[in-house]
Design a protein around this ligand. Structure first.
Ligand code: G3P
Ligand code: MG
Length: 244
């Protein structure tokens, strides 16, 4: 049932973002879906980490694209958050897809190709989703306009969405031109008019990143199709209250 509550980078308020413990916790809390970010290693392995540089969320330095997958596995991706998570590593997209075979959560796979426009990331991610037969549960999203065009050409049978924080006089028209199924908008762009206009064109809207009870309730009331939150337990609680 809409709206879909996506755990943003997993349950990232309570566990280190984009790690298996954060995904596990999101599932345990009852999130409908997981939002995660993909970058590519030197050997073209899609890995789940928000920044193109490992510095903020691991004990390493430098760019993801300069590490092989094996080298990247040596990094501790949990201690920066809490010593409880010191044995946590950066997961691969394959790991998440395999884990989701039993969980069957919705997956929002965001291509993090805004700073580094990784060649072939669209094709690689599509192939991995298809290899795990996870097409129906997945949606790909990106802020990168060129990447959306490449997805359009690729025709890979996985829906893709335009992620944006920019005001545009006609976002819905733009979405139609890009062939996207959804508009993933920053909270400040949210309006009743936009949600309704998009809905009339069969384009769904999802809103990021909402952690405050007021903004969560507003997204739910305006009838958006999905929301991204670091605190899925809170959004679930509010959704229950509003639907009862
Ligand atoms: O996909 C929604 C949201 O994750 C986009 O922003 O920077 O948190 O990846 P960011
Ligand atoms: Mg993201």
């Amino acid at each position: 049932m809409a709206p879909i509550i996506y755990a943003h980078r997993g349950a990232s308020k309570a566990a280190p973002e984009n790690t298996m413990p954060a995904f596990e916790l999101a599932a345990k809390q009852g999130a409908d879906g997981i939002e995660t970010d993909v970058q590519l290693t030197k050997d073209q392995i899609p890995v789940l980490i928000h920044d193109e540089n490992v510095r903020r969320t691991t004990d390493g330095i430098g760019f993801v694209q300069d590490y092989t997958y094996k080298e990247l596995q040596e990094l501790d991706a949990g201690s920066w958050f809490s010593s409880t998570y010191s044995n946590t590593t950066i997961p691969t997209l394959d790991q998440l897809l395999a884990w989701n075979k039993k969980k069957k959560l919705k997956l929002n796979i965001e291509l993090k190709n805004g700073v580094i426009d990784y060649e072939h990331i669209e094709k690689i991610v599509c192939e991995r989703i298809q290899a795990h037969k996870m097409e129906k549960l997945s949606v790909i999203s990106t802020f990168n306009f060129k990447s959306l065009k490449r997805l359009q050409k690729l025709n890979c049978a996985i829906p893709y969405s335009y992620l944006t924080s920019r005001r545009n006089p006609d976002l819905v028209q733009l979405a139609k031109e890009l062939g996207v199924t959804g508009l993933h908008i920053r909270y400040r762009l949210l309006s009743k008019r936009l949600v309704e206009k998009a809905k009339a064109e069969k384009i769904y809207t999802a809103v990021y990143t909402v952690n405050h009870p007021f903004s969560i309730a507003r997204v739910l009331r305006l009838g958006a199709h999905g929301l991204f939150t670091d605190i899925p337990s809170l959004a679930i609680q509010i959704k229950k209250k509003l639907t009862n």
